[in-house]
Design a protein around this ligand. Structure first.
Ligand code: NAI
Length: 324
């Protein structure tokens, strides 16, 4: 029905799932649509999922129409409109990147096959689980009957971190900062770019007037913010990640504000010289649950080099993931 939306969240027994579900169920992603919620996790987490379900009942959310939980994607992806992929295998100490890519690649192949078979062809996917861009690429390449335009990976947390750092530095509020960009991979090679952004309508570089800061400390702080949170909290970014998932879905669904863009990792179409067939974070505008990559931005040499570095990393992740 039109006033309902079928949403599946994977890794729903985990931390980000726990922080995200209340945002989803209070209408912060899809407004007042009633939600048929499906929660997927591994079989070992089934009792935790049941506990989450108990708490969701106790939340007495008026928007929660129905809940299904389990570990079978072919059941839980049935007719989904939106799938949020938070579940994945975490990097363990001493694990090679290639092993991480292979293990998660297999998870995303399996889930991609199920999505391809049972989800609606209009289903929109957001991948959060790391390595998010490459997991998303495997998902999109496996679920071939669903348009590539329907797949995205989360770089909104990085985007929000960048906005917040600029607002702090400028001594202004978050809403005064517009149009920062995260290019590339959700990893430490990402390029947080302020060249097209404004503070209170003025160019960020003019307003802040500190090239050394913007070209070095700012970029590094955003790139390594996950590590900074981990060291301080002795746990990963969970609350802010869940908040970014909410922002990403909200803006994709309801649209971005006029004259503003946000960052989403999406299937590259060759824009800005990035090879086709990578999941690459770009500036995008959205309306009606569709996005468009912002075109025609002037990219200087400094930015070209940063974009090249993160592109190289994504190409090598892709090569590793697809060689398995
Ligand atoms: P977590 O470990 O608390 O939860 C992950 C959940 O996924 C667990 O319940 C686990 O059982 C489940 N899972 C594992 N394999 C699964 C499978 N095949 N199918 C369904 N569920 C499966 O981790 P947390 O903190 O919730 O983080 C989740 C993911 O999000 C991690 O990969 C993390 O690296 C990533 N992340 C991404 C961010 C981004 O900006 N893109 C930001 C922060 C975290």
């Amino acid at each position: 029905e039109n006033d309902e939306i079928n949403v599946c969240v994977t890794g729903a027994a985990g931390q980000i799932g726990y922080a995200f579900l209340p945002l989803l169920l209070t209408g912060q992603c899809f407004g007042d649509k009633k939600i048929n919620l499906r929660l997927l996790d591994v079989p070992q987490a089934e009792s935790i999922l049941q506990g989450v379900e108990l708490e969701l009942q106790d939340g007495a959310y008026p928007l929660l129409k129905s809940i299904k939980t389990g570990s079978n994607e072919s059941i839980l992806f049935q007719d989904v409109d939106v799938a949020v992929f938070i579940g994945g295998f975490p990097r363990k100490p001493g694990m090679e990147r290639k092993d991480l890519l292979t293990i998660n690649g297999n998870i995303f192949k399996k889930q991609g096959q199920a999505l391809d078979t049972v989800a609606k062809k209009t289903c929109k996917s957001l991948v959060v689980a790391n390595p998010a861009n490459t997991n998303c690429l495997i998902l999109a390449e496996t679920a071939k009957s669903i348009p590539k335009q329907n797949f995205s990976a989360l770089t909104r947390l990085d985007h929000n971190r960048a906005i917040s750092q600029i607002a702090l530095k400028a001594g202004c509020s978050i809403t005064d900062v517009k149009n920062v960009i995260i290019w590339g991979n959700h990893s430490t090679t990402q390029y947080p770019d302020v060249n097209h952004g404004t503070v209170l309508g003025k160019r960020i570089r003019q307003f802040i007037n500190d090239e050394a800061y913007l070209n070095n400390a700012f970029i590094e702080r955003v790139q390594k913010r996950g590590g900074e949170v981990l060291a301080a909290r002795k746990n990963s970014s969970v609350m802010s990640a869940a908040n970014a998932v909410k922002d990403h879905l909200h803006d994709w669904y309801f649209g971005t504000k006029s004259g503003e863009f946000v960052s989403m990792a999406v299937y590259s179409d060759g824009s800005y010289g990035v090879p086709k067939g990578l999941i690459f974070s770009y500036p995008v505008t959205c309306s009606n649950f569709n996005y468009k990559i912002v075109q025609g931005l002037n990219i200087d040499e400094f930015s070209k080099e940063k974009i090249r570095i993160t592109t190289e990393e994504l190409l090598s992740e892709k090569a590793d993931a697809f060689s398995a």
